[in-house]
Design a protein around this ligand. Structure first.
Ligand SMILES: Nc1ncnc2c1ncn2[C@@H]1O[C@H](COP(=O)(O)OP(=O)(O)OP(=O)(O)O)[C@@H](O)[C@H]1O
Length: 451
């Protein structure tokens, strides 16, 4: 039996099932009294792509953090290859073959592909590294997974998809038996995403157990053998992917029938809100121009990378371009001055909420109200007042937290992203520049205490 979806054909489900390489039983995790995971049990098998789905805040990354040893559970057990593993640490998990490939690349960009693949394990004799052997072993690691990349290239010059492939090859070479992939196709174009899905199928065929986190429903249905859906920290569905369709999956995730309707959009007004002309900056941006009318959404396409964040830097006033003109609401705005960019009504929302978007030391509600208060010149506010004013924003953006007003850094990735968007979009913008606004990466969280 196979399931065909828009993205290809999922594998037959009626094959013999292998013994689980990981058995999770009754796993519970609390953060300061609030329960993030409640009694989660599931089996992860070799040669299977096991997708983990759930709405923002459902508990996916908490589960992964427990499995990779970053967090300790408050109850339940994790068995790897038949033995219980209490007190798992990241080092032990990795030694046992549980590896994660986060969305943010973890390669050393100035080193070659070969060096990256063998990092920490460079073959040497009498303290001299044998570079021939480094390249040979790296080539083998890539060939083993049918990856065609020149090992002498520098990691920094690879495409994002190629970097992901190199990281996967490195983890498999290090003995990865369970590979956890966090949204591996986020920010990729269709062809690059196809290559990554091809690699994931190769991993499966090589007997690796793949835990696949993605918010793309079509993609999950096309690639996964098994689906587990978390809702509010509990497993609400676990079964063969071929037995589920998109509507059923959404129903499991949301907990009710969902009818999706595209909202009617009024025609854009003839009035121009944003004009950029001849914007150039080094080699990244050359002669970029765009005109956006009020009520219009213009997409700027391109591979993820420096050029996108450079546009953010230039339009927000963080950097000065070599040339160009900017007009917001018909008035010229000088480059290189953040207050002037803000005063014009232009709102630039960063794609890097961790470094530039949110303030980790402040609470959810304080972050939600921060831009509004700064723009209106309000300084100190009482916490209760901030919470009262933030409540409608939480409601309309669907921000969910386990406790009343936690530190923003403890929110799930998707909920942090909602806070970032609400913070800027609720400040009466004339025009907005949104960099990768739907990113929810599960690992984009600040290090926080786990108890
Ligand atoms: N270190 C922490 N401190 C406090 N609460 C936390 C912490 N880590 C996670 N949580 C809470 O646990 C719940 C589950 O979060 P988790 O990140 O696992 O969700 P998720 O399913 O990965 O969501 P997303 O798709 O948005 O990344 C959330 O309500 C989150 O706020």
């Amino acid at each position: 039996m196979t399931a065909t979806t828009a993205l290809g054909t999922a594998r037959a489900v009626d094959r013999p099932t292998a013994e689980p390489v990981v058995r999770i039983r009754d796993l519970t995790k609390r953060f300061g009294g609030a329960v993030a995971l409640r009694g989660v049990s599931l089996d992860i098998r070799p040669g299977e792509i096991h997708a983990l789905m759930g709405m923002n805040g459902a508990g996916k990354s908490t589960l992964v953090q427990l499995l990779s040893g970053a967090y300790q559970a408050d109850g339940g057990t994790i068995e790897i290859e038949g033995s219980e593993r209490p007190g798992l640490t990241p080092r032990r998990a990795r030694r046992l073959g549980v590896c994660t490939v986060p969305q943010r690349r973890e390669l050393v960009m100035a080193l070659s592909v070969a060096e990256n693949i063998l990092l920490g394990d460079l073959p040497a004799s009498r303290s001299l590294v044998s570079w021939k052997s480094v390249e040979r072993q790296a080539r083998q690691a890539l060939r083993h997974l049918n990856i065609d990349i020149d090992v002498q290239r520098t990691a920094g010059e690879l495409t994002v998809a190629e970097q992901t492939m190199v990281e996967v090859a490195r983890e498999v070479r290090r003995g990865g038996k369970v590979l956890i992939l966090d949204e591996p196709t986020a920010c990729l174009g269709a062809a690059a995403a196809d290559r990554i899905r091809g690699l994931v199928r190769t991993l499966r065929d090589e007997g690796v157990a793949v835990v696949y986190i993605s918010h793309y429903i079509d993609e999950v249905l096309s690639v996964a053998d098994h689906l587990t859906v978390l809702r509010d920290g509990s497993v609400v569905h676990s079964g063969p992917a071929a037995a589920t369709d998109a509507a059923g999956l959404v129903r499991h995730m949301v907990g009710r029938e969902v009818v999706s309707r595209r909202p009617e959009r009024p025609a854009p007004s003839p009035e121009v809100a944003l004009t950029v002309r001849g914007l150039s900056h080094g080699r990244d941006i050359r002669e970029f121009g765009v005109q956006v009318r009020k009520g219009e959404i213009v997409g700027v396409l391109g591979p993820a990378g420096d050029a996108q964040s450079r546009l953010f830097d230039l339009l927000s006033g963080r950097r000065r371009p070599d040339a160009g003109e900017l007009e917001v609401g018909g008035a010229a705005v000088p480059f290189g001055r953040i207050p002037r960019s803000l005063a014009s009504g232009l709102r630039c929302v960063t794609g890097d909420r961790r470094a530039l978007g949110l303030i980790p030391g402040l609470s959810l509600d304080e972050n939600l109200m921060l831009a509004t208060d700064r723009l209106s010149g309000r300084r100190l506010r009482r916490r209760s007042d901030t919470t009262r004013r933030a409540a409608p924003r939480r409601e309309s953006y669907g921000v969910v937290a386990l406790t009343r007003d936690p530190a923003v850094g403890s929110l799930s990735g998707g909920n942090q992203q909602k806070v970032l968007l609400a913070k800027w979009l609720e400040t009466s913008p004339v025009a907005c520049f949104l960099e990768d606004p739907t990113t929810a990466s599960t690992w984009r969280r600040w290090p926080t205490s786990t108890r």
